[in-house]
Design a protein around this ligand. Structure first.
Ligand code: ADP
Length: 426
């Protein structure tokens, strides 16, 4: 079974809102529709659910023209859960769910025992059977949404359309509803098309995503293909970082806060200290704070050697800080070490952050030594955390650390002290 949306244009009056929308959803697929406000998501659902008639294009279900179907036939295969489901009458939840049987009843025909049984079964499927006798007006938003989805399911549809089914719901109900939609597709073979506001929720549960912008599809595919920082910038105008979550291996999107953007812009446009370079030897997130602070003060900052995927590596990339990287969990190779020395050579001051030492990164101490002895650099070393507690080399790192101080490295305890020790442009 497949639902083909073929080259659809939909208008409100003379204004074209959907422009050449063309995609196919298949049996058992949960398709998420995402996009900024006003991009046409609701219009797309209204078009598929025939509230709006497209001026151009066709919609086919299993090759059958959907737009030409009789209303009753259409309602037996398509069900919609609209965005706003305010119900002001004191109907019981079961009464509401039973309304979904209307497309299966003749004119003036009353619901039979079988219809009631179907309604109750649908309430069980959406985990709201216990609410059957409760007045709909007394239910919480999440409970009501489960009832409304149960009503849609009593139509026994093949295609379920939902407009922001999780908005205004707490995280528990968000998960419950998304898991329900997943079950309906995976185990029951429904085609589910849902407008989802929350990009991370969409990434977590949808098989594929359609990204709309100004009424056109700008990206369609897997979450990895669609949820890129470039696509999100282009369509939402928002700066985000997209990463894969270590536990789920799925994308997650984090907004870049305006404070961080201001730091980047302030640093980039600052004339102060721009000719002074501070090199941070960091890792494990120990350099991130200084990267922000020094960039904000206009210093040119460099960093190394950090493992890729390390927080310090991510922050450096975000702030456009040149950084020497090493493969995750790998010891520092000779190549990375030499690249690190080359970067240190260009620095005015070298700062050794409070990093833990193992045999894999002892070369970072070699680099500090080279900075002090061979290059004659000014070196600051953090001693806010006891070196012995972060020495995993059986004492070797502690010994070398003490030697660094004897060779002229200045001990510091916090970021403010670093700032006081740094040269400033005149
Ligand atoms: P989204 O669901 O992505 O927020 P919509 O589909 O609601 O976007 O709206 C798409 C565009 O259509 C917007 O520019 C909106 O102003 C316009 N629009 C929506 N509904 C109507 C309407 N009933 N009459 C005229 N224009 C509308």
């Amino acid at each position: 079974m497949a639902l083909d949306i073929k080259d659809v244009d939909t208008y409100y009056g003379s204004v074209k809102v959907l422009k050449g929308v063309d995609f196919c959803a298949v049996h058992g697929e949960l398709l998420g529709v995402i996009g900024p406000n006003g991009s046409g998501k609701t219009t797309l659902l209204r078009t598929i659910s025939r509230f709006l008639k497209p001026k151009v294009g066709t919609i086919l279900l299993e090759g059958r023209d959907v737009l030409g179907m009789k209303d009753k036939d259409f309602s037996q295969v398509f069900a919609a859960v609209p965005q706003d489901t305010t119900i002001n009458f004191d109907f019981s939840a079961l009464d509401i769910v039973l309304m979904g049987r209307n497309p299966h009843l003749g004119r003036l025909e009353r619901e039979s025992e079988k219809d009631i049984e179907i309604a109750r079964r649908c309430m069980e499927r959406t985990n709201c059977g216990h609410l059957a006798e409760r007045p709909i007006t007394e239910l919480s938003g999440g409970e009501r949404q489960l009832v409304i989805i149960a009503r849609a399911l009593t139509q026994e549809p093949k295609v379920l359309l939902l407009d922001e089914p999780t908005s205004h719901l707490d995280i528990n109900y968000q998960i419950e509803i998304m898991e329900l939609l997943k079950r309906l597709t995976l185990h029951e073979g429904l085609i589910v098309i849902a407008v989802i506001h929350d990009l991370n929720l969409a990434a977590q549960y949808c098989d594929r995503l359609v990204l709309l912008h100004e009424g056109k599809i700008v990206s369609l595919g897997s979450q990895q293909e669609v949820l890129t920082a470039e696509n999100i910038k282009q369509s939402f105008g928002a700066d985000v970082i997209v990463k894969r979550h270590a536990l789920t291996n799925l994308c997650y999107v984090t907004p870049v806060p305006s404070t961080v953007k201001r730091h980047i812009e302030a640093g980039a446009s600052s004339k102060n200290n721009a000719e002074i370079t501070i090199h941070l030897i960091c890792g494990g997130g120990e350099g991130a704070g200084l990267m922000h602070l020094l960039s904000e003060k206009g210093y040119k900052v460099t960093a190394g050697v950090v493992n890729m995927l390390d927080t310090d590596c991510e922050v450096a990339q975000l702030l456009n800080i040149p950084v020497v990287t090493e493969t995750p969990f790998s010891p520092i190779t000779e190549k990375a070490f030499q690249a690190h020395l080359a970067l240190i050579e260009k620095a005015d001051v070298v700062v050794l952050c409070s990093i833990p030492f193992g045999f894999g990164n002892l070369k970072n101490i070699d680099a500090v030594e080279a900075a002090l002895e061979r290059m004659g650099k000014s070196v600051l070393i953090f001693e806010d955390k006891n070196i012995e507690k972060r020495d995993f080399t059986g004492g070797e790192a502690t010994k070398r650390f003490v030697e660094l101080k004897n060779k002229g490295a200045l001990s510091i305890k916090n970021q403010e002290e670093v700032l006081k020790k740094l040269p400033v442009s005149v």
